[in-house]
Design a binder for this molecule. Sequence first.
Ligand SMILES: C[S@@+](CC[C@H](N)C(=O)[O-])C[C@H]1O[C@@H](n2cnc3c(N)ncnc32)[C@H](O)[C@@H]1O
Length: 314
Amino acid sequence: MQTTAAHPIQPPPAPLAHSEEHFGAHRDYWWNPDFLDLMAQRWQLSGYRQLLDVGCGRCHWSLQLAQRMAAGTHVVAMDYDPKWAAGDAGIPAAFATHGATLEFRQGDAHRLPYADDSFDVVSCQTVLMHLADPLAALKEMRRVVRPGGIVICVEPCNLAQAAIANSLNAENSVDELCDAFRYALLCERGKQAAGEGVLSLGDRLPQLFRLAGFDNVVGHLSDKARPNLPPYADRETQAKLAERLSMQEEARGALWEGQVNRWIAALADPQAQAFVARYHARRPARLQQMTEQLAAGAYWDSGSALSYLVSAKK
Ligand SMILES: C[S@@+](CC[C@H](N)C(=O)[O-])C[C@H]1O[C@@H](n2cnc3c(N)ncnc32)[C@H](O)[C@@H]1O
């Protein structure tokens, strides 16, 4: 390997824990609090006090649920990744402010390390979409929830993002828009072929609940669609735009493209590989376009995303 002063070779980024790159400040703004209050009423959360968060990550989701459950709620936060299973001191402190207690545990969603009928509420957010066998995991969630308890899953349709207009793509040609959708579809198919899940699992979630043995499946969509508009001054907009921008920047962009290349390799389709390579090569242009629009106060998006909440009582 050669290096020059102008282009020093950077060491590869230290290995990140699963989804670590997605745990920025923007994740604190995923939900409208009054919408979750309404969902808590529908789910009757205030009558429950034991929660299992499957694939907890940094517990963004279980913190939302626990604060709407009965006083003295106990949360088991379980994750496959050793970093998230170890937790850190700040997370239980956040639960304590709501009178809830928390313990961390390592485990695999496909084989939950709990007896039948152990919890009032068993839940996950953006986890089934990463699993080789989401149905097996959902059956496990049903097994460990007690009769009368509830299973709640939140999963997105990421494919929808490719069809949502914003200032970066609103004037694109039909061919360019089709390219964006083709890229998103290839990511879907490749991730699945690689055995790493389905990015738009939310669409299939009600059917998976039925196959897991639930006959009273209830579906909802998040009502969050807070627009990102100039002057981009408030903290929520800044956090969300920082996330969008970083997806196009070198370190994060290369990380994403490495994942996608692995998925596309699993498709064993040279045409797909060539298409994806051409699409990735246009990332610097996309970054420049977004940077220029932000600087000119010309960037806008509707802040929308398709996120399903599917639940059922046992
Ligand atoms: C996108 S993150 C979601 C984290 C958290 N639920 C949230 O919404 O902030 C996906 C999480 O699933 C975990 N995960 C992936 N495969 C798993 C498995 N087989 N069993 C348990 N957790 C798993 C990852 O380690 C990661 O923390």
